[in-house]
Design a protein around this ligand. Structure first.
Ligand code: DGL
Length: 274
């Protein structure tokens, strides 16, 4: 199969969280066009089983293929942890997730070999972050903590609210007691809480946002496969497309608030049909 180098990149998440990954791709690969899908009808993924997340992810991949994407980024830690391995084997397109890049970045960042990971219940249960980190560096100890209240707080827009700060203090206390010097924001919603979380853990803890390293990994992958877009340029920026499975207006407003590009509209997709 020949892949069109000027085709878009498919990016998906359970909802708006993956927009933090899309944002890094836009900043670091400005010539690439993105087709984003947010599964707003079925969010959250973070409390669901592997079978369900895999079934949802397969449907989204089938939808993105109808958009003729040249590569796919799973911009969701939960789907990366539970579905990427299987989908990678089934797919005839390059695909990457956010967990591996996040793990590599944390290994580089730690100085005392004590890393904390905050993520959804399913990502923590998958144990993938500790496994990947210890594969790279067996001396590192990884401490995980599920923070299920963060996703609804971010979706509510309470990213600098005293209530969120109080909850973060409770969640993070046990990690801080373990003397971590690096904290992986292992859910794509969490970078939107970055300021608040940095205040809670203190400046001596390095916050790792896997989205940045994912954009770098995508850049390397496209270069290796000779799939970088050569059509768009600084003068003619790509027009990204946004799709969601529910509440498209709310999604559009959220996307417009955090992306460095114009978000004209979001189209509704009946994702169960794929
Ligand atoms: N975006 C998802 C992640 O990165 C979290 C939201 C959800 O639970 O669906 O894991």
């Amino acid at each position: 199969m020949t892949i069109d180098r000027n085709a878009p990149i498919g990016v998906f998440d359970s909802g708006v969280g993956g927009l933090t990954v899309a944002r890094e791709i836009m900043r670091n690969l400005p010539n690439e066009k993105i087709v984003y899908f947010g599964d707003t009808a079925r969010v959250p993924y973070g409390s669901k089983s592997r079978n369900t997340v895999l079934r949802y992810s397969r449907q989204i991949v089938r939808f993105l293929k109808t958009q003729n994407v040249k590569a796919i980024v799973i911009a969701c830690n939960t789907a990366s942890a539970l579905a990427l391995d299987t989908i990678e084997q089934e797919l005839d397109l390059p695909i990457i997730g956010v967990v591996k890049p996040g793990a590599s970045m944390a290994v580089k960042a730690t100085r005392n070999n004590r890393i904390g990971v905050i993520a959804t219940q399913s990502t923590i249960m998958s144990n993938l972050y500790p496994t990947l980190i210890q594969e790279r560096h067996p001396e590192i100890t990884v401490f995980g903590k599920a923070c299920p209240l963060f996703v609804p707080l971010v979706e509510e827009g309470w990213t600098r609210d005293p209530v969120t700060e109080e909850i973060a203090g409770r969640y993070l206390k046990e990690l801080m007691d373990k003397d971590i010097d690096t904290l992986i924001l292992g859910c794509t919603h969490y970078p939107l809480l970055r300021h608040l979380l940095q205040g809670v853990v203190g400046e001596h803890v390095t916050l790792v946002n896997p989205a940045y390293e994912t954009a770098q990994a995508l850049k390397r992958l496209l270069r290796e496969l000779d799939l970088e877009n050569i059509e768009n340029s600084e003068l003619q920026l790509p027009e990204h497309q946004f799709y969601a499975s529910d509440a498209v207006e709310k999604f559009r407003d959220y996307a417009a608030g955090i992306l460095p590009c114009e978000v004209r509209s979001t189209e509704l997709v009946a994702i169960e049909n794929y």
